[in-house]
Design a protein around this ligand. Structure first.
Ligand code: ADP
Length: 668
C-alpha cells in the first residue's frame, strides 16, 4: 500500500479522503490556495502545500503546481476527488509521466468517457440506448439550430465537458436557441475551458438513476447497485438515495450489467458511475459516465457497508477488488442531502460569509456528516458553497426519512443563509415522502416548498423564546459582572427586576420580516411573566454561552438554541428556525435599507455580458446584465418597466458584493 498520498482537492471531499487514508495508516498531503490557508482539509492533513492564489485556475487547476507538490513531499499517488482535475486526462498523463500514481481510471478511459459527446458515440456503438440528439463535431450555430429543429423542442444544450449541472440550457422554442447557445458556450468556456456542446431531446420529468461501478486491473468489474438522484434543481442533485425506490431485482441486474459492460468497453478500473435517465414509461437512456468518485457516493457506502476510497486505493496499487458481484448485498436505505450556503427563496442564490455558529447533528451509525468547514470558517465566493453532505441510514426508506428530518432539525447554522429549512420541507413533501420521484419534483411541489414570507411567520412561542433569551442573556451578563466586581452582593448587580423604586417591567422589541412585536416581561419568582399579543405566559429557563437554552414555557420544557449575532437572534426549536432582529428603542437608524429593487451585485463576481440597450425603454423582467459568480451565470432582470441610463461596469470587470451595477430609471 502507499505510505503517502496527495489530495488534489479541497473542502469536504479532501477531508473525506484524508479520513480513510488515516484509517489505513497512509500519510496525507493537502494542497491549498491562499484563500484556504486555514481550511479544514489543511488542518486535517499531515502536510500541506500552498499552490497559489484563490482562483481555482491559478491553484487547484494548475497541473504543474500539483505535480511539483507531490514530488517535493514524496507523495506516491494523487487522489483527485471530484470536480477540478478529477476527469482531466492531461492531469492523469502528467501523473504517469512523473512517476506518481493517479488514483482513478486509465487515461484512455477518461478520454473515452470524459466528453459527453465522445462517450455517447462509444455507447451508441456498444448498443446502449441514448437520448435522441446530436452529438457530432459540427459546432456552427446555424447548423446546431437546424439539429435542434430536427430533434424537436424542447431540447437541452449541454456542454460536452460539463458537470454539476453547469453548462446546460433548456430551449423551448426555435427563437430562443441562439441566445441559449451563446450563453451555454460562454459558461462552458469559462467553467470547463471547452465550449463544445451537444444537443439532446429534453425529456419531461424523467428519473435520474445511476449505477456505481468498480473495476480493477485484473479484469474484474462489479456494480454496487444504484442511486436515485432525481430530486434536482437546475439539473443539480439536491437529495440522493440508495436503493432507488421501486427498483425491481430484474431491472437492477439489467442496469447493473449494462453499466459493467459500458465500463469494460473502455477498459475501466477504479470507481465510476454510469448515469441514466429513465422516462415515465420506464425506458432507460444513457446520459454519461463519470470517471471518478461521485459527490453522492456515501449513500452507496451506507447500504453496502463499504468504503469506496479504500477500494480506490487498493485498485490503484494493483490489488484485486475486495469482493465479487455475488458477495455484494444491499442493507437498508440511505439518503443524502446537500447542505448549501444559498437562499432557496431567492432562486437558490449562493451566499458567502463566516459561519459564526455551526453545530451539525451528532454523528452515529445512522448519521454521517461529510464537511469541509467548522464553526468560524468562511464560505468564500471562490468555490462551491457546499457546507456539508448530511447522510443518514436506516432499515427502511420511511425510517431513513424520519432520521433525515431529525438530523436536519438538529442542524444549527448561523452566519450564512442555508437551505436546511428547504431540505426539511423537501424531505417531508408529499411527492418525496411517497417516493413519487422525477426531476420535476421541486417545481411540482413549489407551493409546499416555497411558502414565502407568510410561511416563515414565527409562531407565538418563537417570539416568547427570543424574548426569554434576551432576558436570560441580560441576567447572565449581570451575574458575570457581579462576580467580577468588588461588591458582588450589591443590589445594583441584580438582574431579577429589582428596582430601588417601583415595579419592574421590561419591554423587548423584536422584528421578524416586516412584522414587529413587543414582548413585555414582568419579573415573577425566579422567572418571568411574558406578555405577547395580549396574552400572558409564565416563562423561565437558563441560557448557556453557546446559545443552548432550556426554556419552561407555560409548564412545557423545551430544548432550544438561540444564537445572537449582531442585532440578529436566530431561534432554533421544534425543527424550525426563525430570525428576529432585536430592536434597540434608543437607536434610530435611517429610514430602512431601501435596497428593494436596486440593481446591486447580489454577490462578488465578474460582469460577463451587458444585455439591455442603454437609453431605450424596456419591459419589466427584461434581462439587463449577466454576472458570473461562484462559477455560475446569474442574469439580473429589470425590476420594473423603465430605462437603463448607464452601466457602471464594463464586460470583464470584477464587482464586489453590493456594488451598484447600473443606473436604472423606472418608467413614470
Ligand atoms: P452534469 O454532468 O452537469 O451532471 P448530466 O448530463 O449528468 O449533467 O445531467 C444532469 C441532469 O440533467 C440529469 O440528472 C437530468 O436531470 C437532467 N438531464 C440531462 N439530460 C437530460 C435530458 N435529455 N432530458 C431531461 N433531463 C435531462
Amino acid at each position: 500500500m502507499f505510505s503517502k498520498i496527495l489530495i488534489a482537492n479541497r473542502g469536504e471531499i479532501a477531508c473525506r479522503v484524508i479520513k480513510t487514508a488515516r484509517r489505513m495508516g497512509i500519510r496525507t498531503v493537502a494542497v491549498y490556495s491562499e484563500a484556504d490557508a486555514g481550511a479544514r482539509h489543511v488542518r486535517l492533513a499531515d502536510e500541506a502545500v500552498c499552490i497559489g492564489p484563490a482562483a481555482a485556475r491559478e491553484s487547484y487547476l494548475v497541473i504543474d503546481k500539483i505535480i511539483a507538490a507531490a514530488k517535493s513531499t514524496g507523495a506516491q499517488a494523487i487522489h483527485p476527488g471530484y470536480g477540478f482535475l478529477s476527469e482531466n486526462e492531461e492531469f492523469a498523463e502528467a501523473c504517469a509521466a512523473n512517476g506518481v500514481v493517479f488514483i482513478g481510471p486509465p487515461v484512455a478511459a477518461i478520454s473515452a468517457m470524459g466528453l459527453k459527446s465522445e462517450s455517447k458515440k462509444l455507447m451508441e456503438q456498444a448498443g446502449v440506448p441514448l437520448t435522441p440528439g446530436y452529438h457530432g463535431d459540427a459546432q456552427d450555430s446555424v447548423y446546431l439550430r437546424e439539429q435542434a429543429d430536427r430533434i424537436g423542442y424542447p431540447v437541452l444544450i449541454k456542454a460536452s465537458a460539463g458537470g454539476g449541472g453547469k453548462g446546460m440550457r433548456a430551449v423551448w422554442k426555435n427563437e430562443e436557441f441562439a441566445d441559449a447557445l451563446a450563453s451555454c458556450k460562454r459558461e462552458a468556456a469559462s467553467s470547463f475551458g471547452n465550449d463544445h456542446v451537444l444537443i439532446e431531446k429534453y425529456l419531461q420529468r424523467p428519473r435520474h438513476i445511476e449505477i456505481q461501478v468498480f473495476g480493477d486491473t485484473h479484469g474484474n468489474c462489479v456494480y454496487l447497485f444504484e442511486r436515485d438522484c432525481s430530486v434536482q434543481r437546475r439539473h443539480q442533485k439536491v437529495l440522493e438515495e440508495a436503493p432507488a425506490p421501486g427498483m425491481t431485482a430484474e431491472r437492477r441486474a439489467a442496469m447493473g450489467n449494462a453499466a459493467v459492460a459500458a465500463a469494460q468497453a473502455v477498459g475501466y478500473d477504479g470507481a465510476g458511475t454510469v448515469e441514466f435517465i429513465v422516462d415515465q414509461s420506464g425506458v432507460i437512456y444513457f446520459i454519461e459516465m463519470k470517471t471518478r468518485l461521485q459527490v453522492e457516493h456515501p449513500v452507496t457506502e451506507m447500504i453496502t457497508g463499504l468504503d469506496h476510497v479504500e477500494w480506490q486505493l487498493k485498485v490503484a496499487v494493483g490489488l484485486p477488488l475486495p469482493l465479487a458481484q455475488d458477495q455484494l448485498t444491499i442493507r437498508g436505505h440511505a439518503l443524502e442531502a446537500r447542505i448549501y450556503a444559498e437562499d432557496p427563496d431567492k432562486g437558490f442564490l449562493p451566499a458567502t460569509g463566516r459561519l459564526t455558529h455551526l453545530v451539525p447533528p451528532a454523528e452515529s451509525l445512522h448519521v454521517r456528516v461529510d464537511t469541509g468547514v467548522e464553526q468560524d470558517d468562511e464560505i468564500t465566493p471562490h468555490y462551491d458553497p457546499l457546507i456539508a453532505k448530511l447522510i443518514v441510514w436506516d432499515e427502511s426508506r420511511e425510517r431513513a426519512l424520519a432520521r433525515m428530518l431529525q438530523a436536519l432539525a438538529d442542524y444549527r447554522i448561523v452566519g450564512v443563509i442555508s437551505n436546511v429549512g428547504f431540505l426539511a420541507r423537501l424531505v417531508a413533501c408529499p411527492s418525496f415522502a411517497s417516493a413519487s420521484l422525477d426531476t420535476g419534483l421541486i417545481e411540482r411541489e413549489h407551493a409546499f416548498l416555497f411558502s414565502g414570507e407568510a410561511g416563515n411567520e414565527p409562531p407565538r412561542e418563537a417570539w416568547l423564546l427570543a424574548a426569554l433569551a434576551e432576558l436570560l442573556r441580560d441576567q447572565n451578563y449581570g451575574a458575570t459582572k457581579a462576580a467580577a466586581s468588588g461588591d458582588p452582593h450589591s443590589p445594583w448587580h441584580r438582574r431579577d427586576g429589582w428596582r430601588a423604586n417601583g415595579a419592574a417591567r421590561r419591554e423587548i422589541r423584536l422584528r421578524a420580516g416586516s412584522r414587529e412585536q413587543v414582548v413585555t416581561a414582568a419579573y415573577q419568582g425566579s422567572g418571568f411573566l411574558l406578555e405577547c399579543a395580549g396574552r400572558g405566559t409564565p416563562a423561565a429557563g437558563w441560557l448557556h454561552d453557546d446559545g443552548q437554552m432550556r426554556a419552561d414555557l407555560d409548564g412545557r420544557r423545551l430544548g432550544v438554541t438561540v444564537v445572537a449575532a449582531g442585532e440578529k437572534r436566530h431561534v432554533f426549536f421544534d425543527g424550525m428556525s426563525f430570525i428576529f432582529a432585536a430592536i434597540d428603542p434608543l437607536y434610530h437608524a435611517g429610514a430602512g435599507g431601501g435596497a428593494e429593487g436596486s440593481l446591486t451585485a447580489p454577490m462578488p463576481g465578474k460582469v460577463i455580458a451587458l444585455l439591455a440597450p442603454v437609453g431605450v425603454p424596456i419591459e419589466k423582467g427584461a434581462p439587463l446584465l449577466v454576472l458570473e459568480a461562484m462559477k455560475m451565470e446569474h442574469t439580473l432582470v429589470a425590476p420594473a418597466a423603465g430605462t437603463v441610463k448607464a452601466f457602471c461596469y464594463a464586460v470583464g470587470e470584477q464587482v464586489t458584493d453590493g456594488a451598484e451595477l447600473l443606473e436604472f430609471e423606472p418608467a413614470a
